[in-house]
Ligand binder design. Structure first.
Ligand code: KIV
Ligand code: NA
Length: 266
């Protein structure tokens, strides 16, 4: 398999091939999904919820994203690595956004960045693209907007909101983004946006007609036990496996079954 690149993603889209995306935040997970043949590894700011245990993604910092991206980049041989710009790293002004996008590429090794927002972010997306840093857009249910939305709710159900999301999608494409994440919107709206754009749409809770799909790795493996949205499909349930291993270890240390001479140095 060839290393995945932006032109390669464009080619896949032209040929109508579905684009597969999963999140990863560390070396072992990134390694496994890269070897499995995933197209894009997204170092999402969902790391705040999945790994750091925060209630939402807002506390995640640039330093967090650099650290996790470095771990992922060291593991990945084939996939394209895209990293999220975290809350407050790109909203204040375009210059700061460009500097932070640059950090993710230069210090961490990301090949592209992702940021949330439509029309209001068009200028920022265009400026980052002008630095030759590819940008993935993200509209609909944007987790960094949790306080405006009043929780994680499906967006674009009302006509006016749907029209705005279509305008947002066009603005993101116009600004030069290479792909657009559609999160938590009605399937019919996602189908319409996908039909109107020439760049690929990557759906998460956005129906069956997007050009690709993304999910959070901890969600599909059953590692997020407290909250699981409707759009998640659980492909494996590894929490009980982990618990089994940990239980066995504790038991054997307590009973003296582990370690044995086999695990000892002479
Ligand atoms: O942070 C994240 O994991 C994301 C994807 C779910 C799109 O932004
Ligand atoms: Na994100």
């Amino acid at each position: 398999r060839k290393p995945m690149t932006i032109p390669e993603i464009q080619k896949m889209h032209l040929q109508g091939e579905k684009i597969t995306v999963l999140t990863a935040y560390d070396y072992p997970f990134a390694r496994i999904m890269d070897e499995a043949g995933i197209d894009i590894v997204l170092v999402g700011d969902s790391v705040g919820s999945t790994v750091a245990g925060y209630d939402n993604t807002l506390p995640v910092t640039m330093d967090d994203m650099v650290y996790h991206t470095r771990a992922v980049v060291r593991a990945v041989r084939q996939a394209l690595v895209v990293t999220d710009l975290p809350f407050l790293s790109y909203q204040i002004d375009v210059t700061e956004a460009c500097r932070n996008a640059g950090r993710l590429v230069k210090e961490a090794g990301a090949q592209a960045v992702k940021l949330e927002g439509g029309e209001p972010m068009a200028e920022t997306i265009a400026a980052i693209v002008r630095m030759d840093i590819p940008v993935m857009g993200h509209i609909g249910l944007t987790p960094q907007s949790i306080h405006r939305m009043g929780g994680y709710r499906v967006q674009g159900r009302k006509d006016e909101q749907a029209r705005q999301l279509l305008a947002d999608a066009r603005a993101v494409e116009q600004a030069g983004a290479f792909a657009l994440v559609l999160e938590g919107i009605p399937a019919s709206l996602a189908r319409q946006i996908t039909a109107e754009l020439s760049i690929p749409t990557i759906g998460i809770g956005a129906g069956v007609d997007c050009s690709g799909q993304v999910l959070v790795i901890h969600d599909i493996l059953g590692l997020c036990e407290k909250y699981s949205p409707k759009f998640v499909k659980r492909y494996a349930d590894i929490a009980p496996l982990i618990r089994e291993g940990v239980d066995a270890y504790i038991r054997e240390v307590r009973t003296g079954e582990f370690p044995t001479a086999e695990h000892s140095f002479n």
